[in-house]
Design a binder for this molecule. Structure first.
Ligand code: ADP
Length: 247
């Protein structure tokens, strides 16, 4: 199989904070249409891995290749532009704007000859907003201000605000934290829709949810890859059992 089947290649990724290796020689490859879930105890380095991929934290060593572009040499905004979207744990939607407007302002903006922002409010944008709103279960509340959405709906809206930028790789930090059981089920459905044409990396603690979404799982421990594979594989791995149950 050729190299091109991988969307993301993380190799030997390492970051030290004052000599402490938060991520230590980590390697993994993500294919197109994957939902890769990163699990592991608190402090394992999960958030730092996403910070390194999206350029928020600079790697001490190693490489992150996204479609043959070396992300470790790029700025955060260039990485977004390359097609990597990142959602943080707390939803950050514009409460005073409607669902429609939140999606509209997230639509990739063109710049006019004067360098000013030029919003493209045309039929194409509107149909894209409609399509995204259906995907994130918010098509019936497009004119509602975001302030009136539930916590779960705000999380979906923020995912929609990323989707409208058409990233090929989406990274989500605990997307179902604080959600109801029903919202968790719909979020699993949402992620399964998303990976039909892109890949997702998710940090998650809820193992039931992991089972519903993961194509593969990475188990991190002390900045290193403890185990990698299907959910069934990592659950049966003695090293994983030791870390989760051994102390
Ligand atoms: P996880 O997301 O798995 O809970 P983190 O990636 O947040 O773990 O953190 C991994 C380790 O790196 C922790 O011990 C944390 O304190 C440390 N760490 C993360 N970011 C920094 C930083 N900017 N400076 C110093 N230490 C950090």
């Amino acid at each position: 199989l050729t190299e091109e089947r991988f969307l993301l290649k993380v190799e030997g990724l390492t970051v030290s904070f004052d000599g402490f290796k938060a991520v230590d020689d980590l390697s993994f490859y993500v294919e197109p249409n994957e939902c890769r879930v990163i699990i592991g105890p608190n402090g394992a380095g999960k958030t730092t891995v996403l910070d390194l991929i999206c350029g928020r934290t600079k790697a001490t060593d190693g490489s992150v290749k996204f479609k043959n572009q070396e992300l470790t040499k790029m700025r955060e905004d260039q990485i977004v532009h390359a097609g990597v979207g990142r959602k943080f744990q707390t939803p950050s939607v514009y409460e005073d704007l409607t669902v429609f407007e939140n999606l509209e302002i997230s639509y990739p903006k063109g710049y006019n000859v004067f360098g000013a922002l030029a919003f493209r409010r045309d039929a194409q944008v509107e149909s894209r907003i409609q399509e995204i709103a259906e995907t994130i279960f918010l098509d019936e509340v497009l004119t509602l201000k975001a302030a009136f959405l539930s916590h779960g709906q705000k999380q979906w809206l923020e995912i929609g605000m990323l989707l409208i930028q058409d990233p090929e790789l989406l990274m989500l930090d605990e997307p179902v934290a604080g959600m109801s059981v029903a919202e968790r089920k719909k979020t699993a459905e949402l992620l399964n829709r998303i990976i039909k044409d892109r890949s997702v990396i998710v940090i998650e603690h809820d193992m039931g949810f992991v089972e519903d979404i993961a194509t593969r799982v990475n188990v991190l421990h002390q900045g290193k890859m403890l185990s990698e594979g299907s959910m069934a594989h990592v659950q049966a791995d003695p090293k994983v059992i030791e870390v989760y149950l051994g102390h």
